[in-house]
Design a protein around this ligand. Structure first.
Ligand SMILES: [Zn+2]
Ligand SMILES: [Zn+2]
Length: 310
């Protein structure tokens, strides 16, 4: 990408100026992610070699909560509005999302809406046409392509900022991030079952990095490997391994074809812990108005794709 300055003037006459000159690599992020990944590799060794099973169980369940914050919260609720949630559930999902440490809800949803609208173009933040590494993590290690910034400014995000839960998460993100992603998961094992600082820190790092990769595989692997039974003209694919690791988010050909469906798959709870969670929340009155594609429509689409391929 060449060096140039972008000036954007939006509807309210606010100017945004971006200087894209110089290196496109964000070295601070490279350094942070490198350290985290190396520490997590050592964390795997520590996990296998030691006997502090309570800490690993805790890291697993804490990570599971963080995963739901991303899948049921940032993705299916706030990015796609595929169901509605009452305030207590929205607060819980916001706190869960802080555990995952994947930017504030507003930024996460903005990037995701741009991703859906401009998939596999320069305006897609993690454009898979730029290769597996870029789609997986490279996009977080480099400056955004100018098209991502320009198109991102044109996406309607008013519903997000009008939700006080999203508003305060954006405003105080660094506090939520530090407390829920690092401080609490380190302190709880120390004080509740007298874990050592060493194991507690490595459990936290391993949990964080694992959950990051589970999300990143949706952007990389689920855009490159798998079948396309619902729409062969797009890159997102059905990837069962990714669905397993990302609680149902690997049914990606279905999801990009029908992004309004709260289940992101036609198969209900199969490899889809997020759908199970949302259904349970509906049972206790916290989730409602779940949008779903009818079975007839799914069959018709698959039949059409199948007949066109012969
Ligand atoms: Zn989506
Ligand atoms: Zn996608």
């Amino acid at each position: 990408m060449g060096s140039y300055i972008i000036r954007i003037i939006d509807k309210s006459n606010v100017r945004y100026i971006y200087n894209t000159s110089g290196s496109t690599i964000v070295w601070t992020n490279v350094f942070i992610f490198l350290i985290l990944n190396v520490l997590s590799l050592y964390g795997i060794y520590v996990c296998i070699a030691n006997k502090c099973w309570m800490t690993w169980c805790f890291a697993f369940w804490y990570g599971l909560a963080g995963g739901l914050g991303v899948t049921a919260g940032a993705h299916r609720l706030w990015s796609h509005r595929s169901y509605k949630a009452r305030l207590p559930l929205r607060i819980v999902l916001m706190l869960f999302h802080s555990i995952a440490g994947q930017n504030d809800l507003y930024e996460w949803c903005r990037d995701h809406r741009v991703h859906h609208k401009y998939s596999e173009t320069d305006a897609d933040p993690h454009n898979s046409k730029r290769g597996f590494f870029f789609a997986h993590v490279g996009w977080l290690l480099t400056r955004k392509h100018p098209d991502v910034i320009i198109k991102g400014k044109q996406i309607d995000l008013s519903d997000l900022i009008n939700d006080p839960v999203v508003y305060y998460h954006k405003k105080y993100y660094i506090v939520f991030y530090l407390i829920f992603c690092f401080i609490l998961p380190i302190i709880i094992p120390l004080y509740v079952w007298s874990e050592t600082v060493f194991y507690s820190v490595f459990g936290t790092v391993l949990r964080y990095v694992t959950s990051l990769h589970c999300t990143w595989f949706v952007n990389s692997a689920a855009h490159m490997f798998g079948d396309k039974p619902y729409n062969p003209n797009i890159e997102p694919r059905e990837n069962l391994l990714v669905s397993y690791g990302a609680f149902g988010e690997g049914f990606h050909n279905y999801h990009h074809s029908f992004p309004f469906d709260y289940s992101t798959s036609e198969m209900g709870w199969r490899l889809n812990f997020t759908t199970f969670f949302i259904d349970f929340m509906a049972l206790i009155g916290q989730a409602y108005d779940m949008k779903r594609l009818s079975k007839d429509m799914v069959c018709q689409r698959k039949l059409k794709v199948w007949s066109n391929s012969y």
